[in-house]
Design a protein around this ligand. Structure first.
Ligand code: TYC
Length: 111
C-alpha cells in the first residue's frame, strides 16, 4: 500500500513550499524623455516637435523649449520604456529629416 506523503509547512495537500516570496513585485520603471540644447535648431522647430509628439499646448511647449535653451536639457514627458523609445525615435526622425542637430534621449527614473 502506498504511503501517504508527509505534509510540510502546513499545506494540507502534501505539497512542499521551498521558499515564500518576501519582496513585493515592483511596478516597471518609467522613463523620462529629454531634449538637449544645441546652438542651431530653431526654437520654433523645437516648440512644434514638443506640441506634436508630447501633446503639449503652445504655451507649455514654449516653456519647455525655453527651459532646455537655458538649462541645457529638459523633460518633455514620462512614459513606459517602449513608449519613451518611440518618442525618441519620432523626434530624432523629424530632426534628421529637417536637417537639425536636435538630440532627444530617454533615461529611467528612480524607482
Ligand atoms: N538653442 C536653440 C537656439 O537658440 C534653441 C533650442 C532649444 C535648441 C531647445 C534645441 O532642445 C533645444 N536656436
Amino acid at each position: 500500500m502506498p504511503k501517504k506523503p508527509k505534509v510540510l509547512e502546513g499545506d494540507s495537500d502534501g505539497t512542499v513550499v521551498l521558499e515564500r516570496r518576501t519582496q513585493k513585485t515592483r511596478p516597471p520603471p518609467m522613463y523620462q524623455v529629454l531634449m538637449l540644447n544645441d546652438d542651431y535648431t530653431p526654437m520654433e522647430f523645437v516648440v512644434i516637435v514638443i506640441q506634436e509628439f508630447f501633446g503639449k499646448d503652445l504655451e507649455t511647449a514654449t516653456q519647455i523649449m525655453l527651459k532646455i535653451h537655458l538649462d541645457g536639457r529638459g523633460v518633455c514627458g514620462v512614459f513606459s520604456r517602449d513608449v519613451a523609445a518611440t518618442k525618441v525615435d519620432q523626434v530624432m526622425d523629424a530632426a534628421n529629416k529637417a536637417g537639425h542637430p536636435l538630440q532627444c534621449v530617454s533615461e529611467p527614473l528612480e524607482p
